[in-house]
Design a binder for this molecule. Structure first.
Ligand code: PMP
Length: 415
């Protein structure tokens, strides 16, 4: 059994470097996670031994590559508790999966006067596909707001979702506020109104146990690279009956049954949605990442992050001149923590932290409508993963304190 907590020095060699003369503390995991050696080895092994195109050849390498590709799908299926392998479609990532649903199911089902309901905390990739669909279809895009505490306002959700709603699309875990949204409850609300629930799992699948059947989501998209797999691979889960009735997303090789001069028929699920040569190595890397996370245990991942948050969040909230967005109760928080320092631009803060070897993200985090709702142009975000330690938390807090002191020593005054 792999135990990254004990062995991460060798599992994640990238973390063993110095940045600006300080040991690296990587706290930009919500943007992308580092890859364990097991994932890097799986990619190398594939290219050194098995590389071939899938589903096309009868030669030995093609059979090996196909088996590895389909095994990766099965691993993902079990990881998210999907009922059948046909319901697991490989995509480029969350953005690709959500665009797939908007361009197929959405194009088919949404008509003039219909409603699409999303939340104000959505990442642009779970916002713009619906916004543009609404524009194309003369439908209405509605937003579920936040409570004063920075959580999804469920009373508002009940108001916004109506019998005219066709699609409800909400993130499972916010990439800014660090909250987990009750997708199961939202799915029930959507279904009571005849709508489908689309979940954005980009910030959830890497960090917690996800059971798509228990959540009763109709579609659910996530990215491999945030869960230690390579970039360019992701997954869309969909209920089989819905996927079967949907038109293809892209056309070309691999997704056809028969092609005539003037018409074509489509192959069965899931390949109907996998046109062209896929990211074969990426899917195998994703399978290796699933193995790694499974061996570590998703409960342990969650516990570990929760312990770090319980230490970090209250101390950050208590720091003078620091504003923390989202709930201040660690029990309601994932490892994504977003804040600003009074009078300082988030980019200056992130640059100052980088000088201390601490990597965080500054910007609008692809959530501009949320930034507007928070009355911020940008924020700083620290985001944790299973290889982060209490020492990392201390380094972040010390670096924030030093940043405040450094700037306050000049012309910027503390509040
Ligand atoms: N949704 C959320 C909540 C995210 O955090 C991200 C990545 N920042 C995405 C969607 C988009 O993921 P990707 O860029 O991998 O498609």
């Amino acid at each position: 059994m792999i135990k990254p907590r004990e062995t991460h020095a060798t599992d994640f060699s990238i973390l063993q470097q110095r940045v600006n003369d300080e040991p690296l503390v990587y706290l930009d995991n919500a943007a992308t996670a580092q890859k364990p050696q097991a994932v890097i080895d799986a990619l190398t092994h594939f290219y050194q031994h098995d590389n071939a195109n899938v589903h096309r050849g009868v030669h030995t390498l093609a059979e090996r590559a196909t088996a590895a590709y389909e095994q990766a799908r099965e691993k993902v299926q079990h990881f998210i508790h999907a009922p059948e392998m046909e319901t697991v479609i490989f995509t480029k990532g969350t953005t690709d999966g959500l665009n797939l649903v908007a361009s197929t199911y959405g194009e088919q089902q949404v008509h003039a006067g219909d409603e699409i309901v999303i939340s104000i905390m959505e990442h642009h990739s779970n916002l713009i596909p619906w916004q543009q669909l609404a524009i194309r279809k003369h439908a209405t895009l509605k937003y579920i707001g936040l409570t004063a505490d920075g959580e999804l306002d469920l009373a508002d959700a009940a108001r916004q979702i109506t019998p005219r709603t066709k699609i409800v699309a909400v993130t499972h875990a916010s990439n800014v506020l660090g909250v987990v949204n009750p997708l199961k409850q939202l799915a029930r609300l959507a279904h009571q109104n005849g709508a489908v629930l689309v979940g954005d799992g980009a910030q959830a699948v890497p960090h917690m146990k996800v059971d798509v059947q228990d959540l009763d989501v109709d579609f659910y998209a996530f990215s491999g690279h945030k869960m230690m797999a390579p970039t360019g691979i992701g997954v869309l889960y969909g209920k089989k009956a819905l996927l079967a009735a949907m038109p293809p997303y892209q056309f070309g090789g691999e997704m056809i049954d028969f092609v005539h001069q003037q018409s074509s028929t489509w192959t069965q699920l899931p390949w109907k949605f996998e046109a062209g040569t896929q990211n074969i190595a990426g899917s195998i890397g994703l399978g290796a990442a699933v193995d790694y996370l499974t061996a570590y245990g998703m409960d342990r991942v969650h516990e570990r992050e929760a312990t770090l948050v319980a230490n970090l969040l209250p101390r950050l909230v208590a720091m003078p001149g620091v504003t923390v967005f989202g709930p201040h109760d660690p029990a309601k928080h994932t490892g994504v923590i977003t804040f600003n320092l009074d009078g300082l631009h988030p980019h200056d803060v992130a640059t100052a932290l980088d000088m201390e070897g601490v990597a965080v993200r500054a910007g609008h985090h692809c959530a501009q409508p949320l930034m507007a709702a928070l009355h911020q142009v940008a924020t700083v975000r620290a985001s944790l993963y299973l290889y982060n330690t209490q020492a990392d938390v201390e380094r972040l807090l010390t670096a924030i304190q030093e940043t405040k002191e450094f700037f306050n020593h000049g012309s910027v005054s503390a509040k």
